[in-house]
Design a protein around this ligand. Structure first.
Ligand SMILES: [Zn+2]
Ligand SMILES: [Zn+2]
Length: 595
């Protein structure tokens, strides 16, 4: 089965259960400075899971491309190389926003996975389940266990705990944005989750061949025998004041399953790199290196994953660089190039010509080739290598540690990895403070400061139109925790008087303590109501309109926008324009801060 068929089957299946398809959010978030990439399917649904009504109703489904470059506890890029880990992938998702719960979710999921006609036709006897085992806050998720038992029993399978259904602690089977129940702040929602695993069978002897062979194999074993193909999160609780968890009146379901893994499962092959998304790339690599995939899986998988991700990022307009998304792109290309070098002892852009059509990707390969040549020269001057010198090579020439190790092991020299790591940590600490919170990933962190600045952006937009004229329209926006940046169409430099006028107008609205609220309407109604619509978040033909002021009376600004915003302009305090400059032909840029 092709990945595209699996995607369509899934969406159709959940549509048949009353779900509406929503469009995925962009992988590179607009107007969200706190995350580099969209890294979870529910990111765009957070306000609705917290209780806001969604324009398309209570049952939603989508396929969301995701990018994971920095995991919470590990580096996702370094994890690639086994049979299932990816940096760029697609997450199939379905949600219940205070509608159906465990029984429907688990039954439908099982039906989709096992049905031969409407689903993937997986053999139910190969499915295994994980459930939350309970802790001092919340008991075991017996409800899910009972539902799973009855589902399996209808399929003629006896599902006992410890044999088919396995319980795990909160670290594995609990979801909240902040982690396990004890880590949840007051007001945070969370709940147990239940994962489905596919057993590729004992015959492959994956466990016996792995480094875990001395322990007993189980669904969460990392040997590769079991593959997690979907997770149903049950948002059931809210943390309350005295450290307890309370049942939510409206319980949500959030399901996510990796498209690539589900496709591999449908094809009964534990290797996701054998699916149609990756295999053509692997074939190309075999061709240019003259080596076969068998025996060279790891480097070839890394090339296939990284190049797919790199091609995607490049097609989104990201350029390899030393900053933010550009840095991730550079790292992916360079790692892929190094793997190519491992396979054929040299590499050039030609090796990648059949794998990437992106000019910037191929240019980066060539640039890296030059770096390596320069670094090799420098490395040959080093008589005795150590961790510090290895880090200098890395820092100055972009020379990866694995390459340095390789070169010096030829000379019979070893590198103290710990020493390198120490240097690296020192450096990371520095860059971490420089880009505070930037790599946190996970859910869009709508921090208080960025939310305020977002509302200030709406005030600025409207004030500019009032002071400069109706030709002003938003051309771009970027918010960090410290300031807002706003690009707009206007063909000359603003005078000091104009800047003062705009600033005063914004502060006047803040002083009036205007309420901020939103309504859902059609784009047409939005335009008729006077709302500005540029970068609107669209759901089918419905949009969200944020009003500053009284929506039916005296309002200052109406704008199509996904939010979030503060509830009242008085929360902003005082706004100050700190800079006005050109940002391209006919485009001006303003920086502003709150104090
Ligand atoms: Zn195992
Ligand atoms: Zn907005």
């Amino acid at each position: 089965m092709k990945a595209s068929e699996v995607r369509e089957k899934y969406l159709k299946f959940f549509e048949s259960k009353g779900h509406k398809r929503i469009s995925p959010s962009p992988v590179i978030p607009e107007n969200d400075p706190t995350t580099l990439f969209t890294s979870s399917g529910m990111q765009q649904l957070v306000p609705y899971l917290m209780g806001e009504p969604h324009p398309l109703g209570k049952r939603l489904t989508d396929s969301q491309p995701l990018f994971r470059a920095h995991g919470a506890n590990s580096d996702d890029v370094e994890e690639v190389g086994d049979n299932r880990h990816l940096t760029f992938f697609e997450m199939l998702g379905n949600w219940s926003l205070g509608d159906y719960f465990k029984k429907e979710q688990l039954s439908w999921l099982f039906e989709f996975l096992t049905s031969k006609d409407e689903g993937l036709g997986l053999d139910p006897s190969k499915l295994y389940i994980s459930v939350f085992e309970g802790n001092e806050f919340i008991g075991k998720d017996d409800e899910s266990i009972e539902i799973w038992k009855s589902i399996f029993s209808k399929a003629g399978i006896k599902a006992e705990e410890g044999e088919r259904i396995f319980t795990y602690p909160a670290k594995k089977n609990w979801w909240s944005r902040s982690g396990t129940p004890d880590e949840m702040p007051v007001g945070e929602i969370g709940g147990p989750d239940s994962e489905v695993f596919l057993d590729f069978g004992e015959d492959l002897r994956l466990h016996e061949k792995s480094s875990w062979k001395k322990e007993k194999c189980h669904p969460n074993c990392d040997c590769g025998r079991f593959m997690e193909i979907g997770n149903s999160v049950f948002m059931q609780y809210k943390k309350v004041d005295d450290g307890k968890l309370e049942e939510l009146p409206n319980k949500n379901v959030d399901f996510g399953g990796g498209l690539e893994r589900l496709t591999a499962a449908a094809n009964s092959d534990p290797d996701v790199f054998k699916i149609d998304i990756f295999w053509p790339t692997i074939e190309k690599v075999q061709e240019v290196t003259g080596k076969s995939y068998e025996g060279n899986e790891k480097p070839m998988r890394i090339i296939a994953d990284h190049m797919r991700a790199a091609n995607f990022l490049a097609s989104e307009g990201i350029i390899p660089s030393n900053k933010l998304q550009g840095y991730v792109l550079r790292r992916l290309i360079r790692r892929a190039a190094l793997k190519m070098r491992n396979l054929k002892s040299d590499f050039s852009a030609d090796d990648f010509a059949g794998i990437s059509k992106e000019k910037s990707v191929l240019e980066e390969v060539e640039r890296f080739k030059k770096t390596i040549e320069g670094g090799l020269k420098e490395a040959s001057k080093i008589e005795e290598i150590n961790g510090k010198k290895a880090f200098d090579l890395y820092q100055t020439y972009g020379f990866p540690l694995e390459l340095t190790i390789e070169i010096f092991s030829e000379k019979g020299q070893e590198i103290d990895r710990e020493e390198f790591k120490k240097e690296f940590e020192k450096h990371k600490e520095k860059s971490r403070t420089a880009s505070a919170g930037m790599f946190k990933g996970g859910l869009a962190d709508h921090s208080v400061e960025t939310t305020k600045l977002h509302t200030a952006t709406h005030l600025l937009h409207k004030s500019l139109r009032k002071v400069l004229g109706e030709h002003v329209s938003q051309k771009g926006s970027n918010i960090t925790v410290e300031r807002l940046r706003f690009d707009f169409s206007h063909d000359k430099k603003m005078t000091d008087g104009e800047i003062k006028k705009v600033e005063d107008m914004m502060n006047e609205q803040i002083g009036k303590a205007l309420p901020v609220s939103f309504e859902i309407m059609t784009l047409d109604e939005a335009r008729k109501s006077g709302a500005l619509a540029f970068f609107g978040e669209k759901y089918g033909d419905k949009v969200k309109v944020y009003t500053i002021g009284d929506p039916d009376g005296d309002w200052f600004s109406k704008e199509v926008c996904g939010g979030p915003h503060v509830e009242n302009t008085s929360e902003l305090g005082h706004v100050r324009i700190i800079k006005e400059e050109a940002a391209g032909a006919g485009i001006r840029r303003i920086y502003a801060k709150l104090a």
